[in-house]
Design a protein around this ligand. Structure first.
Ligand code: DLZ
Length: 172
């Protein structure tokens, strides 16, 4: 199944940016997006990027499900519920954590990161890590918008979700 796939090391040597297959056919793939209300403007930009990314992979409007949760800490729980519902082929958890003056950021960031990985492995549904962990809003802007030389990472997360959903279908 994995024959012919270039190794991670080979790809990293060839390029520092992530690249995606041009011919991902997501026309029958259902994607669930869980997005936070915290940092709404930035997260909304990222969701627009996700929409553009999945659209490029031929995911249809009716196969894209978007649901809000309060904050990043709620993402793993909502992802597990959604994965267990069996209604989507891949999930994108989308949020933005911005460092404040206390240790809150470190605790939430770490809990959300391992929580999302746990949902991946516990449910065998691909759950994409669409969470920015940034020191300030400037860092967020550069990663959530294509303006001023930035790059909207939501586009990459959308394509990653489609690729992983196809991988799961082909592998099992
Ligand atoms: C409380 C909190 C803080 C301080 N900062 C953020 C943030 O930058 N991004 C985010 O998504 N959520 C934040 N939250 C809310 C928590 O994620 C969570 O919603 C609450 O602690 C309730 O569980």
């Amino acid at each position: 199944f994995f024959s012919g796939v270039p190794s991670f090391a080979t790809k990293m040597a060839a390029e520092s940016e992530v690249s995606f297959s041009d011919d991902l056919d997501g026309s029958s793939i259902r994607i669930g997006v869980l997005r936070t209300r915290w940092n709404d403007v930035h997260v909304s930009n990222l969701v627009e990027g996700i929409k553009a990314g999945v659209r490029e992979c031929k995911v249809t409007e009716e196969n894209l499900f978007i649901k809000e949760v309060p904050g990043a800490y709620e993402l793993p729980y909502a992802a597990k519920l959604l994965a267990m519902s069996g209604t989507v082929d891949a999930i994108i958890c989308c949020g933005v954590l911005i460092k404040g003056d206390t240790l809150h950021f470190e605790y939430i960031s770490s809990a959300v990161t391992s929580g999302i990985m746990n949902v991946n492995l516990a449910t065998m549904t691909p759950v994409i890590y669409g969470v920015l962990n940034c020191i300030d809003e400037d860092q967020v802007r550069k990663r959530s918008s294509d303006l001023n030389g930035g790059h909207n990472h939501g586009v990459d997360w959308g394509k990653t979700a489609v690729e992983m959903a196809i991988l799961r279908r082909e592998a099992f």
